[in-house]
Ligand binder design. Structure first.
Ligand code: 2OP
Length: 278
């Protein structure tokens, strides 16, 4: 659904009409009010403003906070048993806000971050090594932003660590491009941010939940002592299934990686403070 009249209905019609060509049989419909979304099992929230060229995700925080408060209220009053996938930026802070505003348990609210950042890194690695993108498994933790923590040692290509396949210099170049991956697209598009990879990533997460796949994906999750970090949201590997986040997986990190993750968590915590949630 969308607050712009006709937009969701038009998109839904257009998508439905692609079904005979690409051969899918799911029903697609666009709604103009929250009533029509009642009883949803999974709700993906993209409401809010996106960045303009040169803007950081953090600059959207206070504006999108108002939109998300209102959206969450409407979503939860019609779908009290849903699992929420947050996409709105800055996604870590907005996921934190969504947990507070919805009063849902932390396992029912998950943010889109690592699947997207990992996909960006995987596609750059695949281009560099001339391998299929799906043979790359990226490990990215922390903030969906400039403090994201890429772990090349745990990033693999057909089970081989990236550190054995590329020089440190090339890895650093690909990591830097990944961290600025969203910004690169915003600068090219000029109006709006990326659509296709974020929506593919959100769909992958929704599918893991709806089909109870228990799939391990990198997602923004509320930590309560995991990784020695409390009361903030960052990307970590989580198992997604019917109950939302069914497990938070704790990887063995080196001292340096832990320090980077703490710094990343601290940056998100500082941003959360600006919302004065009390
Ligand atoms: C991105 O393109 C939407 O934050 C998102 O990185």
């Amino acid at each position: 659904m969308d607050i712009v009249p006709g937009l969701a209905q038009g998109k839904a019609l257009d998508i439905s009409q692609s079904a005979p060509v690409v051969n899918f049989d799911s029903g697609v419909s666009g709604a103009k009010s929250y009533e029509e979304t009642a009883g949803s099992e999974v709700v993906i929230i993209t409401a809010g403003f996106s960045r303009k060229p040169g803007m950081t995700r953090d600059e959207l925080c206070l504006t999108n906070m108002r939109v998300i408060n209102d959206t969450i209220h409407n979503v939860v009053s019609h779908s009290p048993d849903c699992t929420i996938i947050m996409v709105t930026n800055p996604v870590d802070a907005m996921t934190y806000l969504a947990i507070k505003a919805s009063k849902l348990p932390r396992n029912r609210v998950v943010g889109l971050s690592g699947v997207l950042d990992g996909a960006r890194l995987s596609s750059f690695i695949a281009d560099e090594l001339k391998v299929p993108p799906a043979s790359v498994s990226a490990c990215i933790l922390g903030e969906h932003g400039k403090n994201m923590v890429v772990i090349p040692r745990l990033t693999t290509v057909k089970d081989k660590p990236l550190t054995e396949l590329l020089s440190k210099e090339t890895i650093d170049k690909l990591v830097a491009r990944t961290i600025m991956g969203g910004d690169e697209i915003v600068a090219l598009l000029k109006t709006g941010s990326a659509f296709y990879a974020p929506s593919a990533a959100a769909a992958r997460m929704a599918e893991a939940i709806i089909l109870d796949k228990k799939e391990t994906l990198l997602c923004a999750a509320h930590l309560d002592g995991e990784y020695g970090i409390k009361d903030t949201v960052i990307s970590v590997p989580v198992k997604l299934g019917k109950k939302g986040i069914e497990e938070i997986i704790e990887l063995e990190l080196t001292t340096e990686e832990k320090q980077a993750l703490n710094k990343s968590a601290e940056a998100v915590r500082e941003l959360i403070k600006t919302m004065k949630l009390g």
